[in-house]
Design a protein around this ligand. Structure first.
Ligand code: ADP
Length: 161
């Protein structure tokens, strides 16, 4: 049976830090679904459709990665798809507390699904979607932070808003 993992997040927008985690997950599992989710605690800049489109255009060279959107509960999604793992990236220590709570809640709701944490490659430690939005908003260069294929679209949309 082939193994499926889900990489959930807001991806508002996707960064090369996210891609680092996605591509490493794609080596560990037969299939990976990158799942754009609605975070009730964060209001997004990009629409879910834009976020999905940005990710799709960034993973064209990784054949076992798909992209999807859900406005429901992650635990329901992974059970419905038959995923064996939820893959999350860990950056700084402050990520840990929240991720730990989410992992325990998801284990309660979907007991057969393991949360797997991949530690970020050191050069992406301080990279987040918020950093990209802030730099872009003030006209800074985001080339080192987002996939080249979507850079211009991200800048354009940040300026429009
Ligand atoms: P953010 O915290 O940037 O808003 P998301 O909610 O989109 O990110 O995060 C989705 C997943 O990607 C989370 O597990 C998060 O820890 C991880 N992630 C985000 N940025 C990085 C990075 N630079 N390196 C490793 N993992 C990351």
């Amino acid at each position: 049976m082939s193994s499926l993992a889900v990489c959930p997040g807001s991806f508002d927008p996707v960064t090369i830090g996210h891609l680092n985690i996605i591509s490493r997950a794609a080596k560990l599992f037969d299939r990976v679904i990158v799942l754009v989710m609605v975070n009730p605690r964060k209001s997004g800049l990009f629409t879910p459709e834009e976020r999905v489109d940005f990710i799709r255009r960034s993973v064209t060279d990784i054949p076992n990665v798909e992209v999807d959107f859900s406005d429901g509960l992650l635990a329901d999604y992974v059970k419905e798809k038959g995923a064996v793992a939820i893959v999350k990236g860990l950056r700084v220590l402050s990520d840990y507390e929240d991720e730990f709570k989410q992992a325990l809640a998801n284990k309660k709701l979907a007991e057969n699904v393991e949360t797997v944490f991949l530690v970020t490659d050191a050069q992406y430690m301080f990279l987040s979607s918020s950093v990209v939005k802030e730099i872009g908003y003030f006209g800074g260069d985001i080339s080192d932070f987002v996939p080249p294929a979507i850079k211009e679209d991200i800048i354009k949309r940040i300026r429009e808003r």
